[in-house]
Design a protein around this ligand. Structure first.
Ligand code: 9D3
Length: 244
């Protein structure tokens, strides 16, 4: 997969893409990261990427020309076009299902902004998919772009080892993870649950499932309700009747 990232802060990405699994995926040749500085596509003397909003109001707006020129140029550098994604607080919330879908693509082009917003003509002309990573306010789309890259790249076949691989995890089963322990068996009076030391693998499997279900019901009633088989039961912690 080729991933193009368009940003006015390309250096913000070096640390994240240059370590751990994202780096190894690139070293294995499974993914290529291409950073493009949107400022390189300005034509004015001051290399302006933003300007004041027509009609007044606070903040600055990302200019249309540099963004559209940058997208056209990276599109011309490689094919296929792939999917064009704009990181914006107005976008659809990013979830694991979207990550799985994007992991099947040959190419992604991500645009990260760093102002109050994008000139609406960027959306009219490029018609990108709009993605948000959740309901909290960040200073820009760079960290959301990194989150999307991280979530997607780890799902590409060959990126994770079979041990850590993607099928058996929390959001696949629809459950949160069970509690985990490693040595020592006791620390400051806190012991590892006896069952995990028993060697009874069937008993361990049952205990873990029970723990995962308990946690999901109390901490993520939204997940519990939407998971397969979770629908027939009723009465969870985030519902009006909870605790009554
Ligand atoms: C005052 C209106 N704000 C919109 C909620 C303006 C605004 C705040 C922060 C516009 C852009 C930003 C910068 N954030 C992003 O670009 C962003 C983001 C985010 O802040 N949270 C979650 N996902 C995303 S994706 C891009």
């Amino acid at each position: 997969m080729r991933i193009d990232i368009l940003t006015i802060f390309p250096r913000m990405f070096a640390g994240v893409l240059g370590e751990s699994i994202l780096r190894i995926a690139a070293e294995k040749g499974i993914v290529e990261y291409h950073l493009t500085d949107i400022r390189d596509y300005t034509t004015d003397r001051h290399r302006s990427v933003d300007d004041r909003p027509y009609g007044g109001g606070p903040g600055m707006v990302m200019k249309v020309e540099p963004v559209v020129r940058a997208v056209r140029d990276v599109r011309a550098r490689a094919s296929p076009e792939g999917r064009l994604i704009l990181l914006t607080p107005q976008g659809e919330t990013f979830r694991q299902a979207r990550a799985r879908e994007l992991a099947r693509e040959k190419r992604l082009i991500l645009i990260a902004g760093h102002y109050e917003g994008f000139d609406e003509r960027i959306l009219e002309i490029l018609k990108p998919e709009e993605i948000s990573i959740g309901d909290y306010i960040l200073t820009g789309g760079e960290i959301p772009a990194m989150a999307v890259v991280d979530a997607v790249v780890r799902l590409i076949p060959g990126v994770l080892g079979s041990d850590e691989s993607a099928g058996s995890e929390s959001f696949s089963s629809g459950l949160l993870e069970y509690p985990q322990y490693t040595r020592p068996a006791e620390f400051e009076g806190h012991a590892v649950p006896e069952v995990l030391l028993s060697g009874d693998h069937e008993e361990i499997r049952r205990w873990r499932l029970e723990q995962a279900e308990k946690r999901t019901k109390t901490r993520r009633p939204d997940l519990w309700r939407s998971r397969a088989g979770g629908k027939e039961a009723k009465g969870y912690d985030d519902e009006p009747s909870a605790g009554a």
